[in-house]
Design a protein around this ligand. Structure first.
Ligand code: SAM
Length: 264
């Protein structure tokens, strides 16, 4: 597609992780350092605790599996609660014990567990898209379940002249994504309840189990000529318009409406 050069885009910050258990130790240390710094600056204990614990939640993205993420995020609040008597704060409220759970829920609200947890789109995975699924300048592109915005960054590299929209269930991720990508319209919402009819391309990086639901929704709502693009997970009931293997080995599947259904 002709047009201005693609804006330079920062690469993923979460892909480089030190070996385990360094991420956990560094995250806990960062939370404790933040707590100490904020208290020294005169912050109230409650506020300083929440900020320190949120740092742990953000750094939990370093964890490569669920249990590692949980260990990173829960480490600071648990160690804080255990050290209350030593800190002479034995009368801290009982909710301190709930902090790890609440913080995990903030990042991965329960209803997204049925769909996809946070795995970012690799930075270069969508580069071949424009040659296979061309869009006109100004086209509207939705990342359904945009997480921290890695998919949108990769899409913007592919289609520098498009308009970008992100929908994310987690309020924390939505907020962080909007902060990282001021050029995109990021909303909090459920991708299954949203209307997809206004988009020229809907990008999904969800789960294999989500694909039949995505096909049904896209077939009903997308305009003729619009695209559904899925990273890693094929829509088995459709014949893909095109597909390719990205440099990291993940498949990218493209389906243009009206869909062609595969014979069973
Ligand atoms: C695998 S991540 C992909 C993130 C981003 N699209 C990317 O490619 O970098 C899936 C994201 O979808 C979000 N998600 C899952 N189910 C959702 C739903 N029903 N509505 C909105 N967001 C959802 C998750 O919170 C998570 O951030």
């Amino acid at each position: 597609m002709a047009g201005p050069a693609a804006p330079s885009v920062p690469s993923s910050r979460w892909r480089v992780a030190p070996p385990w258990p360094l991420p956990a130790l560094l995250s806990w240390g960062a939370s404790w350092a933040a707590l100490r710094l904020l208290l020294l600056r005169g912050w109230p204990m409650g506020g300083a605790l929440v900020v320190a614990a949120l740092i742990g939640v953000l750094l939990s993205l370093w964890g490569k599996s669920w249990w590692r993420k949980a260990v990173i995020a829960a480490g600071f609040p648990v160690s804080f609660a255990l050290s209350l008597p030593m800190l002479g704060l034995g009368d801290m409220p009982a909710w301190v014990w709930l902090l790890p759970l609440v913080l995990m829920l903030l990042v991965y609200p329960v209803n997204t567990w049925a769909d996809a947890p946070l795995f970012p789109t690799p930075a270069k995975a969508l580069r071949p898209l424009p040659g296979l699924a061309p869009l006109v300048p100004g086209a509207r592109v939705l990342d359904a379940g945009c997480g921290l915005g890695h998919g949108l960054l990769a899409l913007r590299q592919a289609y520098p002249q498009a308009q970008f929209y992100g929908l994310e269930w987690s309020a924390t991720l939505r907020w962080l994504c909007a902060l990282r990508l001021p050029w995109a319209h990021i909303r909090r919402g459920d991708i299954w309840l949203a209307d997809w009819s206004g988009y020229d391309l809907v990008y999904l990086f969800q789960r294999p189990e989500s694909m039949p639901r995505a096909v049904a929704k896209a077939a009903k709502e997308l305009r003729p000529g619009a695209w559904m693009v899925s990273l890693d997970f094929e829509a088995a009931q459709l014949v893909p318009t095109a597909s390719y293997t990205a440099s990291n080995g993940k498949m990218v599947w493209m389906y243009q409406t009206p869909f062609v259904f595969a014979r069973s």
